[in-house]
Write a protein that binds this ligand. Structure first.
Ligand SMILES: Nc1nc2c(ncn2[C@@H]2O[C@H](COP(=O)(O)OP(=O)(O)OP(=O)(O)O)[C@@H](O)[C@H]2O)c(=O)[nH]1
Ligand SMILES: [Mg+2]
Length: 353
């Protein structure tokens, strides 16, 4: 499980002002008060939606404000109420008051709603202040301000794709090239010490949650290296990518590299080893690397995806195909939900995908 969080300020719309006005008509000299009431301000509402899988897009705007109510008009015209702002959050989002740090609500069911900031009330127009003594009141109420809150949203992200492989296989580089995550990348083993997660946009409206794990080495199941302790993070992923460095500079030949990880996964959990797992040849940017990828494919008798992450080669095809697989899993996880349309970060340079 990974944490995705953001802090935003939410403000209900201001209520519209009530109005001071008097009835006017030819030959009627002193018409009664007819100022309309102001409309109520809109609310800010969270709605749990299975169509959203990260808080990324929500956190990008820091403030959300609902529309204010309109002021009343003459002839007892009521002001129009302000429109609500509905913020779609992923199912499983926890909402905290950021100032007091207490949990306000856990949105666990699709469609669940929480009014987080109420709009202000519209003010009353001057007819409300008329009585037997005061028949021509020159007072009306102003609308009240909407509620304002600072809230923190927290989502426990369930990774949809887990990256496994030897140290230096290029796992973090892959994540950095397809998402806005910025993991540490270096040409020495065990650069990644704790798992990281990124949300990779795919196409215009969808995205995949990808977890980058520390490298595994032979003997990991006996506690060598960083061990297998982090594998629990990807245990429930519907899809694993096993990254294999096929560049001639790789420390191990591709087939041996594949087998080491295969054996360690099986040692850790037969169930995890049996998960859908795609083999991804990394650093596949030269003829010798391509030849080694082809050799691996032949030896294993199954498809080997080829990528050269730093050049952006092969990423779009890989993620596009993976999305189809993950969508099938999402349909099982959220039965009845339509095809999820997810918020994808907009600022990933196009050359990345
Ligand atoms: N030429 C080339 N180098 C790459 C590519 N992808 C990764 N590298 C290099 O490979 C080295 C290891 O990359 P990382 O992404 O840190 O590897 P990792 O699998 O995350 O490694 P650990 O965190 O140690 O398990 C770095 O020097 C990267 O620059 C690629 O597509 N082409
Ligand atoms: Mg790494």
């Amino acid at each position: 499980m990974f944490r995705d969080e953001c802090v935003i300020e939410v403000t209900g719309g201001r209520g519209g002002d009530g109005v001071i006005s008097f009835h006017r008509e030819k030959f009627v000299q002193r018409g009664g008060p007819d100022g309309g009431d102001g409309g109520d301000g809109g609310d800010v509402v969270f709605v749990a939606s299975p169509h959203v899988n990260s808080l990324l897009a929500i956190g990008r705007a820091h403030k959300y404000q609902a529309e204010g109510g309109e002021q009343g008009g003459p002839k007892k015209c009521f002001g129009k109420s302000g429109a609500d702002v509905e913020i779609e959050v992923p199912v499983g989002t926890q909402i905290f008051d950021a100032r007091r740090d207490n949990l306000l609500r856990d949105l666990t069911e699709p469609g669940q709603r929480l009014v987080i900031a109420r709009g202000g009330r519209g003010g009353r127009g001057n007819p409300h202040f008329a009585n037997a003594v005061r028949q021509a009141p020159r007072i009306a109420e102003p609308g009240t301000a909407g509620e304002q809150r600072l809230v923190r949203l927290e989502l426990k992200l369930l990774a949809e794709i887990g990256l496994v492989g030897l140290p230096n296989a290029g796992k973090s580089t892959f994540l950095a090239c397809v998402s806005q995550a910025r993991p540490k990348i270096a040409d020495y083993p065990f650069t990644t010490l704790v798992p990281g997660v990124g949300v990779a946009p795919v196409g215009d409206a969808d995205s995949l949650v990808i977890a980058d794990l520390p490298g595994l080495i032979e003997g990991a199941s006996d506690g060598v290296g960083l061990g297998l302790q982090f594998l629990r993070h990807v245990e429930r992923c519907p899809l694993l990518f096993q990254l294999v460095d096929v560049s001639p500079e790789a420390a191990q030949a591709p087939l041996a590299a594949f087998q080491v990880i295969d054996a360690e996964l099986a040692q850790y959990s037969p169930e995890l080893a049996a998960r859908p797992r795609w083999i991804v040849a990394t650093k596949c940017e030269s003829a010798p690397a391509e030849a080694r990828a082809a050799e691996l494919e032949q030896a294993l008798g199954r498809k080997v995806w080829r990528i050269a992450a730093v050049r952006g080669v092969g990423l779009r095809e890989l993620l596009g195909a993976a999305l189809a697989e993950v969508r099938a899993w999402r349909r099982l996880r959220f039965p009845g939900a339509q095809e999820p349309v997810r918020h994808a970060p907009l600022s990933v340079p196009p050359h990345r995908l």
